[in-house]
Ligand binder design. Structure first.
Ligand code: SF4
Ligand code: SF4
Length: 440
């Protein structure tokens, strides 16, 4: 048994033994899991794959005179502006109004590269934010804040895809040729972060990671996180399971480790580079980090049929061999994620740790509560809802508009003295939560 604190001491004194997940698989084959537990302190894992559920928050800074930006556009790509005055969220898959092969992912990449981008904003104009329009250019260094926040990255596993139908189909798994013409798959197999700590013993809220060339953090279970899927004989989920929500300073990111992309007839997406260090705290963790591509199972699904039925199970060694057999036919396989980039990230993270530039964190919380996935059911009848009669939250906003002291805060709670009220009506329109004033 080791602790993260002990490993960090070894990292800082330059004594830590750090191996990439591929190197540890080799070591385990040669010397066994027990030896891995004794010898290795940290295993670096990585992935570089299209991760649609990504984006970035930007604070653009205030214009003069100020405006409340409600409709925002960068190079023809809509930026979500429902976040108060000058904050926006660039969703990676948001397409440009002019060119469907260009979108939010490209805006994020270009901003990280320091380019000047055409920026437009509109607002309705208010007394405190009178400006209604702004047009100009922005770049990474001009904006106050620019941080990536990706709600769902680094899927623990993902089904390989093929197509039994008679036509070519275009999907987020790429172009799938008719009649089982090809197979595509994602994840970096034995290098993939959540496949190496399948129960997430060491990865949780606050875990420091490599994110697109800089330090990032895990901030929540990613959307569509589930841990109720079937496991193989090695205790590894055989289908899409856990995911991560991650955050990092986009101003410090290296454009080499992310890439905007367009999948024909599907849309814009973004390759994200993530590396996660796994501390080898005990023999159980050593066992999981040592599992090889042969021991990591995934499903092969038919995207040419409704419901994408599972055709068979496969593993990452078979998928990586370049060929797979389907109904007696030898079918070519190819990844949609880059193993070369994943390897580079795992090596780079290893170097950072070996040089004591990156230490490990203890998660503030592990994501071990049971979770399954719900589908969205179509509801045919409109559900009626009535807003409840608003109640006072004691914000006090009405107090200063009452010239007769009928409204007061007494011990921080609203008090109304009916006798003092002249029913002048000045308080009628001030309550932000809709309490009818004066409260007669
Ligand atoms: S009545 Fe409305 S404005 Fe006045 S204190 Fe309560 S919540 Fe605030
Ligand atoms: S209506 Fe009554 S409570 Fe409201 S501002 Fe006038 S005096 Fe004050």
């Amino acid at each position: 048994m080791k602790s993260v604190e002990e490993i960090n001491k070894r990292i800082l004194s330059g004594e830590a033994v750090v191996l990439t997940a591929e190197e540890v698989v080799k070591l385990a084959k040669e010397e066994g899991v027990k030896r891995v537990a004794e010898k290795v302190d940290v295993v670096t894992t990585a992935t570089f794959a299209p991760m649609c559920s990504s984006g970035a928050f930007v604070n653009f800074g205030h214009t003069r005179p100020p405006m409340r930006m409600e409709k925002i556009e960068i190079e023809g790509v809509e930026v979500y502006g429902g976040l108060a005055a000058v904050d926006g969220y660039i969703g990676a898959t948001q397409e440009s109004k002019h060119d469907k092969s260009f979108g939010g992912a490209h805006i994020i990449e270009l901003l990280i590269k320091g380019k000047n981008l055409r920026f437009k904003a509109e607002g309705k104009g208010t007394d405190c934010y009178p400006r209604k329009q702004f047009e100009g250019f922005i770049n990474r260094d001009m904006v106050n804040d620019f941080f990536m926040f990706n709600p769902r990255n680094a899927y623990q596993n993902y089904a390989a895809a093929t197509n039994s139908s008679d036509r070519t189909i275009y999907t987020y798994m790429g172009k799938l040729l008719p009649r089982f013409g090809n197979v595509t798959y994602s994840t970096s197999g034995e290098l993939s972060p959540l496949l190496k700590d399948p129960k997430m013993f060491t990865i949780g809220l606050g875990t420091k990671i490599f994110l697109c060339g800089t330090e990032g953090y895990i901030v929540w279970p990613g959307t569509q996180f589930r841990n109720d899927v079937k496991l193989n004989e090695h205790g590894i989920p055989i289908s899409a399971a856990r995911t991560l929500a991650v955050i990092g300073d986009a101003k410090k990111m290296n454009p080499r480790y992310l890439r905007a992309a367009y999948f024909k007839n599907y849309g814009v997406t973004i390759f994200i580079g993530i590396g996660v260090p796994i501390p080898v705290l005990n023999e159980e963790i050593a066992y999981y980090v040592s599992r090889s591509n042969e021991e990591i199972t995934t499903e092969l699904r038919d995207y040419g049929k409704a419901g994408r039925p599972v055709i068979r199970l496969t593993n990452y060694a078979e998928l990586r061999s370049g060929w797979i057999e389907i109904e007696g036919k030898k079918v070519k396989t190819s990844p949609i994620s880059s193993l070369a980039m994943a390897r580079e990230i795992a090596q780079l993270l290893k170097k950072w740790i070996a040089e004591a530039r990156f230490t490990l964190t203890v998660p503030a919380k592990l994501f071990d509560e049971h979770r399954s996935l719900k589908g969205l059911e179509e509801v045919k009848e409109a559900e009626k809802f009535d807003m409840e009669e608003p109640t006072c939250v004691n914000c006090g906003m009405c107090v200063s508009v009452c010239p007769y002291d009928a409204l007061k805060l007494v011990n921080d709670e609203l008090s109304f003295e009916k006798e003092l009220c002249t029913e002048c009506g000045l308080c009628n329109d001030v309550c932000p939560v809709g309490v009818k004033l004066p409260p007669l």
